[in-house]
Structures are given as structure tokens and as C-alpha cells.
Write a protein that binds this ligand. Structure first.
Ligand SMILES: C[S@@+](CC[C@H](N)C(=O)[O-])C[C@H]1O[C@@H](n2cnc3c(N)ncnc32)[C@H](O)[C@@H]1O
Length: 284
């Protein structure tokens, strides 16, 4: 789930605990993923659109063992904001080592524009291609190229936290459904990777991967924004309203009225945001 504004470090920090909790509910996929470890050597992983490293922080301890990560993003500020261990800063493009309780990882953060640069990535050198909160931002053409390059390399794919279009507010207020539709339409705008598939990204990729001879498993990773999660609820309400107004500027007064109704429910409302995780691997 991404609000329409740019992916600032503050927004990524706000969402990280919701993402982490949501991913626990699809941990069966990670158990399956662990069985796909290619061999005794380090697992070579490429993280697309890594931001400030949330996918690495969640996944690396659960993969376990020795790992070499290549973490890519076009935003150098986000790459530089990874919370690395104390001591001298580690420049981009230099390996950083982290020894966890059951894993040992080397991470290389690299600035990379993925919109037109997929061909330059080291497909033959990676065994697992992963991303979190990225697929729904992409269009079919870009996803098709990503899938072709990854499947040609026989890589395993693990894409977490892709929206499925569901937003359930409790309690409901008038116009929730309409605002949700405007938000979904706004999500389909081009974010740099082609007109975004949004909630259609996972079904699209699942079908395409099966046609390429891959096995595909899905798991739910819904956000549960509770009554007490005020900062996230405010961010969501503001994000929905902003997107809806951009989508339907002539309806701004009605959309602001929805925002005001939602804000009045802030102290006791909750929100579920639907997400899916996708794991895919080559059929033997
Ligand atoms: C919603 S954020 C997710 C970040 C991170 N994976 C996480 O889960 O916190 C999407 C990320 O994709 C990156 N991104 C978007 N378009 C990109 C592009 N064309 N090339 C490289 N990175 C891109 C953004 O900079 C941002 O860090």
C-alpha cells in the first residue's frame, strides 16, 4: 500500500511496522522459500526498489544462513538512510556486513533506475529476486520484462505487500466506497514504471509466471490499522483524500467532507488494507 506522494523516508518508517506485522501472516510462503535455497553457498538476492531496507530487515533473518544482497533503488537519499550499524558510514556501492543470530549477510546498496535499466541488472548472478511494496506501482510492459529476465535466469521470485484493492473501514461512513474507487483509479497512474496495474498486478503476474512454467503461491499480508494507530490512520485519510481530489478535482468539496467525517471517527475507527505476497519458483 502506497500513498500517492513520493516515497519519503518518513512514510517508509511509518509503514514498516504495519508491513512487518502483515508479513507474519504469510510466513508459510517464507517457509516454502527456505526450502528453495539453491545450495550450500551464500544465497544471492536482488532487492528491487529497496527504499530504506525494510524488505532486507524483515526477510534476511527469516531466510537464515549466508546471504549476498544487491539492494537497488533510484533514490540515493533513501539508500543513504538505511540504518546501518554505528561507526563510519558505509558509502553506496561498498559492501556492508551484518551478522545476525542465524544469518550472515553482505549487502551492497546501489543507485539504479529500474524504469529502463532492467537489462543492465546481473540476472545470471542472482538466485532470488525480491521486492516489497513495488509490483503494484508497475505496468504490464515493465512487469513482463522483469518476469522474462528473471525466469530466463531461473531465479526464484518473492514479491511482498502488493495491494489487492481491499480497504475496509470500521465503522463505515458515507462515501468510503466512492473514495476507495477514486484512490484505486489514482493508483493506476504512471509512477515511472508504466501505467500501474495496482490491484491487478498480482493476478497478472501469477498468470504470466504459470505460462512460463513457474509454480506460484500466494499469501495474504493485510495491514490491520487499529483504533490506537492514529498517525497511520491520519496518513491514510490524508492520502486517500489527496489522491481522490487529484483524480476528481471538481468533487473536492465532497471529498473534503468525507475526510472530515473520517477524522471525526479517528478515536475508534480501524482499517484493513488488503495485500498479497507472491512466491514463484521454476517447476522442476
Ligand atoms: C513503496 S516504496 C517501497 C520501499 C521498500 N521496498 C519498502 O518496502 O519499504 C517503493 C520504492 O521503489 C522505488 N522506486 C520506484 N520507482 C523506481 C524506479 N523507477 N527505479 C528504482 N526504484 C524505484 C522508490 O524509490 C521506493 O523506494
Amino acid at each position: 500500500m502506497s500513498t500517492p506522494e513520493a516515497f519519503g523516508a518518513d512514510w517508509l518508517a511509518l509503514r514498516e511496522p504495519f508491513d512487518a506485522a502483515a508479513r507474519e501472516s504469510s510466513s508459510l510462503l517464507v517457509a516454502r522459500l527456505r526450502t528453495l535455497r539453491p545450495g550450500p553457498g551464500p544465497w544471492r538476492v536482488m532487492d528491487l526498489g529497496c527504499g530504506t531496507g525494510a524488505n532486507w530487515r524483515w526477510l534476511a533473518p527469516r531466510l537464515g544462513g549466508e546471504q549476498h544482497w544487491l539492494a537497488l533503488d533510484h533514490d540515493a537519499a533513501l539508500l543513504s538512510a538505511w540504518p546501518l550499524s554505528a561507526g563510519a558510514p558505509v558509502p553506496l556501492d561498498e559492501p556492508w556486513h551484518w551478522r545476525g543470530v542465524r544469518f550472515d549477510a553482505t549487502v551492497l546498496r546501489r543507485e539504479a533506475e529500474l524504469a529502463h535499466g532492467l537489462q543492465a541488472l546481473p540476472w545470471d548472478a542472482v538466485q532470488l529476486v525480491t521486492a516489497s511494496a513495488l509490483l503494484d506501482l508497475a505496468g504490464a510492459e515493465w512487469l513482463d520484462e522483469l518476469m522474462r529476465r528473471a525466469t530466463d535466469a531461473r531465479a526464484t521470485l518473492f514479491f511482498a505487500l502488493n495491494v489487492d484493492g481491499g480497504h475496509d473501514w470500521t465503522p463505515t461512513v458515507a462515501d468510503d466506497a466512492w473514495i476507495g474507487e477514486l484512490f484505486a483509479a489514482h493508483q493506476g497512474r504512471d509512477k515511472g514504471l508504466g501505467p500501474a496495474l495496482g490491484a491487478r498486478a498480482v493476478p497478472w503476474l501469477k498468470q504470466a509466471l504459470r505460462e512460463r512454467g513457474y509454480r506460484v503461491a500466494l499469501g495474504r499480508s493485510d495491514w490491520h490499522v487499529r483504533r490506537e494507530d492514529q498517525a497511520m490512520k491520519i496518513a491514510m485519510i490524508e492520502g486517500f483524500a489527496r489522491a481522490a481530489i487529484e483524480q476528481e478535482p471538481t468533487q473536492a468539496p465532497l471529498i473534503r467532507a468525507w475526510r472530515a467525517r473520517r477524522m471525526r471517527k479517528l478515536d475508534w475507527g480501524s482499517l484493513r488494507v488488503g495485500h498479497l505476497d507472491l512466491l514463484a519458483w521454476p517447476a522442476p
